[in-house]
Ligand binder design. Structure first.
Ligand SMILES: Nc1ncnc2c1ncn2[C@@H]1O[C@H](COP(=O)(O)OP(=O)(O)OP(=O)(O)O)[C@@H](O)[C@H]1O
Ligand SMILES: [Mg+2]
Length: 252
């Protein structure tokens, strides 16, 4: 388990709301993440989780609310500026350059940092860290799905983030890839003191990895706190986990 947050949070989201026309996707969301903390954002399909990730990463303009990194407000609707401030993300569906090699995918990401902060690891070390050593020259779209997800994590880390946002990183992964991802997330948080916010439906993985959990339902936070307390909360069981085995894989 990684370090608990202390002092000023790394990320602080408060009063976040997003409306798409008449639809309120995110109604009023607040949570905080500390340095080196692994924080799960969970909830049923359509709860608003990806929309929150999109706001924090600068892809979506919030209707209202504040998002602060290390106490300072983040640029709005400007993903490149947000990345330069220290937030990197992966997507629910991998967004890679399919006709570029593994090495070039990482290089393109690290070039975003040019002229800003110095990366703590070079591209080759990052590829090794995520377990893709030896595949540097392979085209991204020839990789197995699990390897593509790991390459997305390498691309995000190439931006040298203080906060890493992972939208359903384990979706479609099985067995060994799942284990590799979990181990990687722990190492990222503890070794680099990076905060990790991840959206996930795999309850066993959520329980094993998270320092804290925020649960969303219909755009609202319905529970937040330590895994045992949150996953045992009757409101969370009713809204999300249902009657399924809480050690099970996917509740919905
Ligand atoms: N760009 C958009 N325009 C209109 N509606 C949107 C847009 N993006 C999301 N929504 C809607 O907002 C709500 C929340 O969507 P969101 O993708 O954030 O949910 P989610 O919790 O990530 O769900 P899932 O677990 O299925 O990925 C849904 O009703 C969705 O259809
Ligand atoms: Mg989503």
């Amino acid at each position: 388990m990684t370090a608990r947050p202390s002092g000023e949070p790394l990320l602080e989201v408060s009063g976040l709301a997003v409306r798409f026309g008449g639809l309120t996707a995110v109604a009023d969301v607040g949570f905080a993440i500390g340095r080196g903390e692994i924080h799960a954002l969970i909830g049923p399909n359509g709860a608003g989780k990806s929309t929150v990730i999109n706001c924090v990463s600068g892809f979506q303009q919030p209707s209202t609310g504040t998002i602060r990194l290390d106490g300072a407000a983040l640029p709005r609707r400007n993903p490149v500026a947000v990345t330069r401030r220290g937030i990197a993300r992966t997507f629910q569906t991998p967004q890679l350059f399919g006709r570029l090699s593994v090495a070039d995918n990482v290089r393109v990401a690290s070039q975003r940092l040019a002229g800003t902060r110095k990366a703590s690891m070079d591209d080759r070390e990052l590829i090794h860290l995520v377990g893709l050593a030896g595949l540097e020259e392979r085209l991204a779209d020839t990789l197995a799905y699990g390897q593509q997800r790991l390459l997305e994590v390498a691309r995000a880390l190439a931006c040298n983030p203080r906060l890493l946002l992972l939208d359903e990183p384990a979706a479609g992964l099985a067995g060994e890839d799942n284990e590799r991802l979990a181990d990687l997330m722990r190492r990222i948080a503890s070794r680099f003191e990076v905060g990790v916010l991840f959206v996930e439906h795999n309850v066993a993985l959520i329980r094993r990895l998270s320092d804290r959990i925020t649960v969303m339902h219909h755009g609202l936070v319905i529970a937040s706190g330590a895994p045992d307390r949150v996953l045992g909360d009757p409101g969370v069981v009713a809204a999300y986990l249902g009657a399924s085995d809480p050690e099970g894989v996917k509740p919905c």
